[in-house]
Design a protein around this ligand. Structure first.
Ligand code: G3I
Length: 331
C-alpha cells in the first residue's frame, strides 16, 4: 500500500512555526503544539526586525520566550533566519560599503548564534538567496549584502555561523523549488550552483531547507525534486522541510475536495524527497488555519477561508496531518 511504502524506518521530527502573541493568548494553540510537535521555530521572533530595534541593541525576548516553552515541553527549537532581504529594520538601510556590511553581518550572526549556542541545533543561515527568475549570471536575489559584499556574503555568513556554534546544522532555505515548471527548475538549478560553490570552497553548509509553500494548483515535480535531493546527497548535504503549507487560493471551493488535493500534493512531495534521502525534519509554517500567513497574500475569490495547515480553525486534524504523520512515522 502507499502508506506502507511511505513509512520510514526511523521517526522524523515534526514541528511548526509559532506566533509569539498566540502562544501567550491562546491556550488551545499551546495544547495543540504540545500534542503534535517535537520542534518549534519562531515565525518572526528571530528576524532582524524583532531582534534589532537599533544598531547597538539586541532584543531576545521573543526567542527566549519560545525557547522556554520548548524546554518546558521537551521540544527543540530551530532558528529562523539570520540573513534575509525582508523583515529588516529601517536603520539597516544606512549600511553602506563592503567593510561596513561585512562588519554588520558578522556582528549579527556572531551575537545571535552565540546567544543560543548549544540550545538551537539548526539555523536557517541564508533565506531566499535565489533570484525570483534566475537567468545566466543573474541568479541571486538583490539585497543589502549582495549589493555591498558581492556573492561572497553567503560564504561569509556560513563561516561566521559555524564559528559561533560549531555543532549547529547550517541551512540554506529556499522557496518555489518543488513544483512542475520552468521557473521552479531554474530555481533548483541556481540553488544547486550556490551549494556546489560553497562545497567547492569548503564552506560549512549542512542542509538545504525546502520552504515548501506548495502552490496547490501545480503538480509536484517528483523527478525534479528526487534528482535535486540526490545531487545534494552526493555532496553530503541533507534536506529538511522548513515551512510546509499548501497555498489553496486556486483550489476547489468544496472543503473536503480541497483537503484531499492538499494532502495528495504533500504526499507526492514528501515521497519525492524521501525516495532520494529522507528529510532530517518536517515543519509546517503554523499548525492551525487560525494562524497562517497565506491569506495575507493569497485570499480566495469566493471569500472562503484558506485551509493550508494540518489542523483546522477549531484544532481538528485534517487529511494533511495524516499525510505528514505517514512520513514522520506517527501514523
Ligand atoms: O504583529 C502585527 C499585528 O500587531 C498587526 O495587527 C498586523 C496588521 O497587519 O500586523 C502584524 O505583523 C505582521 C506579522 O506578519 C503577523 O504575524 C507583519 O505586518 C507581517 O509583515 C508579518 O509577516 C510575516 C512575514 O514572514 C514577514 O516577516 C509572516 O507572518 C510570516 O509568516 C512570513 O514568513 C515567511 C518566512 O519568514 C520566509 N518564507 C516565507 C514565509 C511566508 O511569507
Amino acid at each position: 500500500s502507499p502508506a506502507a511504502q511511505a513509512a520510514p524506518a526511523m521517526r522524523i521530527p515534526y514541528g511548526s512555526a509559532v506566533r509569539g502573541d498566540a502562544l501567550v493568548d491562546d491556550f488551545d494553540y499551546r495544547t495543540a503544539l504540545v500534542e503534535h510537535c517535537q520542534l518549534v521555530v519562531p515565525e518572526g521572533g528571530l528576524k532582524w526586525e524583532a531582534l534589532r530595534p537599533s544598531e547597538d541593541r539586541f532584543d531576545f525576548y521573543e526567542g527566549d520566550k519560545l525557547l522556554a516553552f520548548a524546554d518546558q515541553n521537551g521540544m527543540k527549537m530551530r532558528g529562523h533566519t539570520l540573513i534575509w532581504y525582508a523583515a529588516m529594520p529601517d536603520w539597516t538601510s544606512s549600511i553602506r560599503g563592503g567593510k561596513a556590511a561585512e562588519r554588520a553581518l558578522s556582528k549579527h550572526i556572531r551575537t545571535v548564534v552565540g546567544q543560543y549556542r548549544g540550545r538551537i541545533p539548526s539555523w536557517d543561515v541564508i533565506n531566499e538567496a535565489i533570484a525570483e527568475n534566475p537567468r545566466g549570471s543573474d541568479y541571486l536575489r538583490p539585497n543589502l549584502w549582495l549589493e555591498n559584499m558581492g556573492k561572497g556574503y553567503i560564504e561569509t555568513a556560513f563561516r561566521r555561523a559555524a564559528e559561533a556554534d560549531p555543532k549547529v546544522q547550517l541551512v540554506i532555505n529556499e522557496y518555489d523549488i518543488e513544483c512542475v515548471g520552468e521557473q521552479f527548475k531554474n530555481r533548483r538549478n541556481a540553488l544547486l550552483r550556490v551549494v556546489r560553490d560553497l562545497r567547492d570552497r569548503d564552506a560549512p553548509i549542512h542542509a538545504v531547507g525546502f520552504q515548501s509553500h506548495l502552490k496547490g494548483q501545480y503538480e509536484i515535480d517528483k523527478e525534479g525534486v528526487s534528482s535535486f535531493v540526490a545531487e545534494l546527497k552526493a555532496m553530503d548535504v541533507d534536506v529538511l522541510v522548513t515551512e510546509l503549507d499548501v497555498i489553496d487560493n486556486l483550489l476547489p471551493a468544496d472543503e473536503k475536495q480541497r483537503d484531499e488535493v492538499i494532502a495528495g500534493r504533500v504526499t507526492d512531495f514528501l515521497q519525492a524527497i524521501s525516495d532520494a534521502n529522507p528529510p532530517t525534519a518536517i515543519l509546517t509554517w503554523g499548525i492551525t488555519d487560525r494562524y497562517t500567513w497565506v491569506p495575507m497574500w493569497f485570499t480566495r475569490d469566493d471569500g472562503s477561508p484558506n485551509r493550508p495547515l494540518p489542523l483546522d480553525r477549531d484544532y481538528k486534524a485534517k487529511p494533511l496531518m495524516e499525510a505528514i504523520e505517514r512520513f514522520t512515522g506517527r501514523a
